[in-house]
Every structure is written in C-alpha cells, then in structure tokens.
Design a protein around this ligand. Structure first.
Ligand SMILES: [Zn+2]
Length: 179
C-alpha cells in the first residue's frame, strides 16, 4: 500500500503551487487554537469522498492545498483499502471542533466520510461494518436517535448527490449493531 505522504508528494506538485516543505507539512495536524468549538451536536452527516482512493492525511492535505482551509473538513474518514485499511476509521478534525463538510450545517453536525465514489461503486462490507459501529457509539455519546443520521444530499439547501445513490439511509441503519 502506498503511504498517504507518498501519495501527496506524487500527486500534489502538479495541482498546487506548494513547495516540497509545504507538501511535507500539508498532512500534519494543526494546533487546537485554529478550531472553533462546537456547542452542540444534533446530527451525524454521511458523505462519500467521490474519489477512488483516500485517507485522512490526504484529505487534510487536499482541503488545505486546494480549498485553502486550515484542516480536513470531516471528523471521521473510513478507508476502503486504498491509502488506509479497508474499514479503518481515522479521526479527521477533532470531534469538539466545528467541521467543514456541509455548507450551513457545520455548526452542530459531525461529518463522516467513506472513501469511494458511490455514484459508481458500492461501499465495502468492512466500511459498512465500521460505519455502523462508529454511528452506534456516536449516537450513544451524544444521546441521539437514528433519525439524527442524515445523508449529505438530504440536508436542506444542499445541492449534491453525496454520498452517491449506492449508499442509502436504509443500508446505514441496517449496519448499526443492535447491541
Ligand atoms: Zn458530502
């Protein structure tokens, strides 16, 4: 498996003006002082990356270099075996910090991104298993019911197909372990 840092070095020089020092730093975690603290978590928003490969470090670097943000937009990334293990859950932005994953809905939502383009392919079995377990623990931590799990495309005012037609709310609910 190629490392995330190698992927960044191989793929970024063409698309950004970053020099090699910047590229080496692009995937690093920023200090806590850059974040805004989240007051309340009301919903858990599900995304796909719309890319074939990815991992938290690569999305962190992309969101910095391409979007000009100070950190990755998502709170969690669930790998597909490309740049992280299949079903591996990586932390992105700290859970207590406001994310950048759903315009006008970031102030009180957690963003979870599964690597893959589910307009095209299907999430892996291991990704769904990990998503189910992660959601179970987040629902319990925040005292939320499964109605708080929302697909990005179902948010009011969001014009997107994310997370793709091959990932549905029913599949997600079914993936949550009962006990
Ligand atoms: Zn999305």
């Amino acid at each position: 498996m190629q490392s995330c840092a190698e992927w960044i070095r191989d793929n970024f020089e063409d698309v950004t003006n970053l020099d090699s020092d910047d590229l080496n730093r692009a995937g690093e975690i920023p200090p806590d002082s850059v974040y805004t603290r989240m007051k309340n978590v009301n919903s858990l928003i599900i995304h796909h990356s719309a890319t074939t490969t990815g991992c938290a470090e690569v999305f962190r670097a992309l969101h910095r270099a391409i979007n000009g943000w100070f950190d990755i937009g998502y709170h969690f990334v669930i790998g597909n075996g490309s740049l992280s293990e299949d079903g591996e859950v990586e932390e992105g932005r700290p859970q207590w910090a406001v994310g950048a994953h759903a315009r006008e809905h970031n102030a009180d939502t957690i963003g979870i991104c599964l690597v893959g383009d589910f307009s095209d392919i299907h999430p892996t079995e291991d990704q769904m298993k990990s998503l189910g377990m992660l959601l179970k623990s987040l629902l319990s931590d925040y005292g939320l019911s499964s109605s708080s799990i929302i697909l990005h495309r179902d948010l009011s005012g969001c014009k997107t197909v994310c997370p793709g037609e091959n990932l549905t709310k029913d599949m997600i609910i079914n993936a949550i372990p009962l006990q």
